[in-house]
Design a protein. Structure first.
Lengths: 352, 423
């Protein structure tokens, strides 16, 4: 019978397909797991890509004499390698690579903070683990510890005295209904914790202000390093708060400000403002409380960095292949349009 | 055990009892193999779904947010593809070939993930193609299930399929976690093994599933595509079913919102969420076949409406001031029951009243309506949650589902009388 012979033929082909697939799956898995050590293998995978000479101490010093940009290189593996490029016309043309790998970085006056996911915690049932590394002018780790969560913002005060970082302990983004953050201040030199912002005393309209669902994120420091700004979320409202490290106090200043970044002249704050389902980059004048929308029309989720008093740097998806994300620059007065400042890079830090 | 009306049923029953040791014997090998295809494909796709965020975060070092941009686009593409594939499958009378193409598409995407590397555009394209593959295959596959069994066993057939489908969805993440434990950081192993499962899935449908016997076309020149859609929607029974099921979907909270509410009550750790999904899936898997059988015996309409009644009960329980731990376990069981009584049963309800010639298109229209409504429900609930608060949002949805349930009961029973057949 034609039908049954057809069926038998199909069954034979099917058996071969199953055999081939099982062979492929088993051999491939065995091959990978039998390679000397899976962990060493992973480290190798992290280190592959074009070998680039690492910075020598003398070169580092040459760069650090002028103003420079510290950023994370995203062009090839290892992704997130810390790079340094000169910003003055007098500085060396080539950029330098350090040994440090980060997913978020900030640096000022010889003190830096680096956040990096631990690749060995790769279980979808538990939150990722983040290494918090404090480092010095040689870009070598001084203090390290881990926190569990999704990493977000990092900042060092202009004088290098304090560092701050934010991780999500619940939820994965600022858009999640159930998100919960932890924002911690650190002594940048010793690595000692100066407290979670949730332990600070908060004031609003001259009254103590408290609620169990407070969330803080995105610290930015003033030149004196004791004064800082951050975002407070209570229920569905976000506020700009001004903080005092020594006094452990926070004061509510303004509404609808997220991820503030203080300008070098300390007159304005650049931030992201919720506009429906996206965020609009905006600048707030601290004297007049007047808001100016920047010419970036795409939604941006970043804590921006001031290039100088007139320009702002931020990272944004760059869909021109093979790039994934680049650092863009835009005027701080609402004019102009976004332009690529550093291709294939994230987490820009301007060191003056 | 079975209500027996005549001797024909008696003989059928005898035969059914004879084969009852083999769960799939009563629905035939075709349904079993279609279920096996879904099981293998779901293992494959859930392996990737569970590990893709980790792969992006830990190997490619990409933040999850940048990835979220493309999700809306995916939803839209899947809807358009669904109706088109339904029309093509019905016109060509080759649902098997269309469904196979959809499964094949998704299989290729597993390899694609390894090939595109770190290109943002590439990863977005692969995820989009995978969704398109899903959009292509769903309606033709359900139409083939319907064509493979007599009308009185539709509920059981869809129950068997959904049970196997859910089993695959549960096994996938477990397998991925096991592989990652064996070869830490080697996501390529997960993608390759996932590809192998997908290929075996394609082999099952293309080599072991038989095309349902195609009747000769009734008219030589079939109507235009848009006409087909309008003609199907002009049928009072089908139109009513699409309206009612979409209205119910409009008051349906997604699992994640229900978990969020539970989490607020108990301050559950977020790492518990995957376990909650597994809990519901387990109940759904166990109940899909018995509830499908029950629907065939007692009538699909009461089971379907009762399923949504259980969902309304879940809302009410979540609104109680004191929710105990046992009650939250009860909520998971109710959710599993709700899925078992609604998902496959709706497909059975629709298959029974759709003309065989345009069944795939009809099923595509139905699922398009319900999935769009579910999307709106999530957006609406998110907005209500933000502006009114969680309890108010939930009360609003409870009111909505209660009214819709009442309408469903009245209008679906009218449909039964109009079409004068058991649906």
């Amino acid at each position: 019978m034609k039908l049954s012979s057809n069926r038998q033929g199909n069954q034979r082909i099917f058996a071969w397909v199953v055999f081939g697939c099982i062979a492929l799956a088993v051999c491939y898995t065995a091959l990978v797991s039998l390679r000397a050590s899976a962990e060493a293998d992973y480290a190798k995978a992290q280190g592959q890509g074009t070998p680039v000479p690492l910075a020598q101490p003398a070169d580092l010093q040459a760069f650090q004499s002028g103003s420079h940009l510290v950023y994370l290189r995203q062009e090839t593996a290892p992704y997130g390698q810390v790079n340094i490029a000169g910003l003055d016309s007098s500085s060396p043309q080539k950029s330098l690579q350090t040994e440090l790998l980060c997913d978020r970085i900030h640096y000022a006056a010889g003190n830096g903070i680096c956040l990096r996911y631990d690749p060995s915690v790769s279980d979808s049932l538990v939150p990722p683990r983040v290494w918090v590394t404090l480092f010095g002018p040689d870009f070598k780790p001084r203090h390290q510890f881990t926190v569990d969560g999704v990493l977000s913002r990092a900042r060092v005060s202009p004088d290098g005295k304090y560092a701050a970082f934010t991780v999500f302990v619940a939820g994965h983004s600022y858009a999640d209904v159930n998100m919960s953050t932890a924002t911690v201040l650190l002594d940048a030199a010793t690595g000692t914790s100066l407290g979670n912002l949730e332990e600070f005393e908060t004031w609003k309209d001259g009254q103590p202000y408290q609620a169990p669902e407070f969330n803080f994120w995105g610290v930015t420091f003033a030149q004196d390093s004791n004064r800082f700004y951050a975002t407070l979320k209570n229920g569905n409202t976000v506020y700009l708060v001004q903080g005092d490290v020594a006094a452990h106090t926070l004061t509510v200043l303004h509404e609808s400000v997220e991820c503030p970044s203080l300008s070098p002249d300390e007159t304005r704050i650049a931030f992201k403002k919720r506009a429906g389902t996206r965020w609009q980059l905006t600048v707030l004048d601290l004297a007049t409380m007047k808001e100016t929308e920047l010419a970036e029309k795409e939604g941006i989720d970043d804590q921006v960095e001031w290039l100088d008093n007139q320009h702002i740097l931020y990272q944004k998806g760059d869909y021109d292949p093979p790039k994934w994300v680049s650092v863009f620059v835009i005027p701080a007065d609402g004019s102009g349009k976004p332009e690529v400042f550093m291709p294939n890079a994230t987490s820009p830090v301007v060191v003056r | 055990m079975y209500p027996i009306e005549n001797s024909g049923d008696l003989i059928k029953n005898k035969r059914r009892q004879l084969f009852s040791r083999q769960m799939w014997a009563s629905v035939g090998r075709n349904v079993f193999f279609l279920g096996l295809t879904s099981l293998l494909t779901d293992i494959s796709s859930e392996m990737v779904t569970a590990t893709l965020p980790l792969y992006l975060l830990l190997t490619l070092r990409l933040a999850p947010l940048q990835f979220g941009l493309i999700d809306g686009l995916n939803q839209g593409a899947s809807v358009l593809v669904r109706i088109a594939s339904g029309l093509i499958a019905d016109r060509s009378r080759r649902p098997k070939e269309v469904a196979t193409a959809g499964y094949g598409f998704s299989a290729l995407c597993r390899i694609g993930l390894l090939l595109v590397g770190r290109s943002g555009l590439g990863i977005s394209a692969v995820v989009l193609l995978d969704r398109i593959g899903k959009g292509i295959r769903t309606a033709p596959r359900d139409a083939m299930i319907a064509a493979s069994v007599p009308s009185e066993r539709l509920g059981t057939a869809f129950g068997v399929h959904r049970a196997m489908d859910t089993a695959g969805a549960m096994l996938g993440p477990l397998l991925a976690a096991g592989l990652l434990a064996l070869t830490p950081g080697s996501y390529d192993v997960v993608f390759i093994v996932s590809f192998c499962f997908a290929i075996v899935g394609v082999a099952v449908i293309s080599l072991l599933v038989e095309s349902p016997a195609a009747n000769e076309p009734e008219d030589a020149s079939p109507p235009a595509s848009s006409q087909v859609v309008f003609q199907l929607l002009a049928r009072p029974g089908f139109r009513m079913l699409v309206l009612i099921s979409s209205a119910l979907a409009l008051t349906t909270l997604s699992d994640s919102f229900i978990f969020l509410t539970l989490q607020r009550r108990f301050s559950l750790s977020l790492s518990m969420f995957p376990l909650l999904y597994v809990g519901i899936a387990l109940v759904y898997m166990v109940l899909a076949i018995p509830v499908g059988r029950l629907a065939d015996r007692l009538g699909r309409r009461p089971i379907f409406v009762a399923g949504y009644g259980l969902l309304a009960l879940v809302y009410a329980l979540l609104l109680l001031p004191n929710v105990s731990q046992t009650m939250s376990l009860g909520i998971l069981i109710l959710m599993g029951f709700y899925y078992a009584a609604t998902d496959g049963v709706l497909a059975a309800l629709a298959s029974a009243i759709l003309p065989e010639q345009w069944r795939t298109t009809g099923l595509a229209i139905l699922t398009t309506g319900t999935s769009l409504a579910r999307l709106f429900a999530s957006l609406g609930y998110g907005a209500l949650w933000t502006y009114l608060g969680p309890n108010q949002a939930l009360s609003f949805f409870l009111l909505g589902i209660s009214i819709t349930l009442l309408l469903a009961w009245v209008f679906l029973s009218r449909l039964e009388r109009d079409t004068n057949e058991t649906v």
